[in-house]
Design a protein around this ligand. Structure first.
Ligand code: GDP
Length: 200
């Protein structure tokens, strides 16, 4: 998919105020610092569409970006930031769960996972929650350029093994790097494919 236009539409913390259209949307979510903003910028080929922040946990809003006038890329807040208070965590959980429960046009959630790390409980729990709520999702492994090919392969293999303890099959996954563009075409192609099928 070629990105012809990408524009910021609205930020909010209230799912009822998200854009009132039926355009398909795709959510990007993951732990703070996983590389979400960088990936969104890489996918859309824009330098600062999503704000890469040195202050994890500060971007606590649902951000809608309209792509090619035809679908929304939704940047959800990063989770799991230790220094956020318990109350803030609860509020966060509430509006994120409401987003996923209410937003019927959300066709796939991309759960970002740092390819360097071992499986983390918070990500596993989040994916289990998505599964229990029958919310379609894919995994995007980020920062692939930071590992040597063998180590990358090993980590992904290991991740699959852990997933298969819980899941019958490994969800669709993508290996990406915002530094060198690895995987961007595949992610965009996946989205394009879903969008194309909607029109049939
Ligand atoms: P966010 O908090 O999930 O939005 O993460 P950011 O996109 O702000 O990235 C967090 C840090 O990881 C920043 O210092 C980025 O430059 C770095 N980073 C993100 N993606 C990549 C990547 O693909 N490769 C490398 N080498 N660094 C990355």
């Amino acid at each position: 998919m070629k990105i012809k236009s990408a524009e910021f539409v609205i930020s909010n913390s209230d799912v009822s105020k998200c854009p009132e259209t039926k355009l398909p949307e795709y959510a990007f979510i993951g732990r703070s610092n996983v590389g979400k903003s960088s990936l969104i910028n890489a996918l859309t080929n824009r330098k600062d569409l999503a704000k890469t922040s040195g202050r994890p946990g500060k971007t606590q809003l649902i951000n809608h970006f309209l792509i090619n006038q035809s679908w929304f890329l939704v940047d959800l807040p990063g989770y799991g930031y230790a220094r956020v208070s318990k109350t803030a965590k609860k509020t966060f959980q509430k509006f994120i769960t409401q987003y996923f429960e209410k937003r019927e046009q959300m066709l796939c959630a991309f759960v970002l996972i740092d390819s360097r790390h071992k499986p983390q409980a918070i990500d596993m729990e989040f994916m289990t929650w998505l599964g229990e709520h029958q919310i379609p999702f894919c995994i995007i492994f980020t920062k692939a350029d930071k590992l040597k090919p063998k180590a990358l392969e090993r980590n992904i293999q290991n991740y699959q093994e852990e997933m298969l303890q819980v899941w019958e099959e490994m969800p669709q996954y993508f290996v990406t790097s915002s530094a060198n563009g690895l995987g961007s075409e595949e992610v965009l192609g996946y989205i394009q494919n879903i969008n194309d099928n909607l029109q049939k």
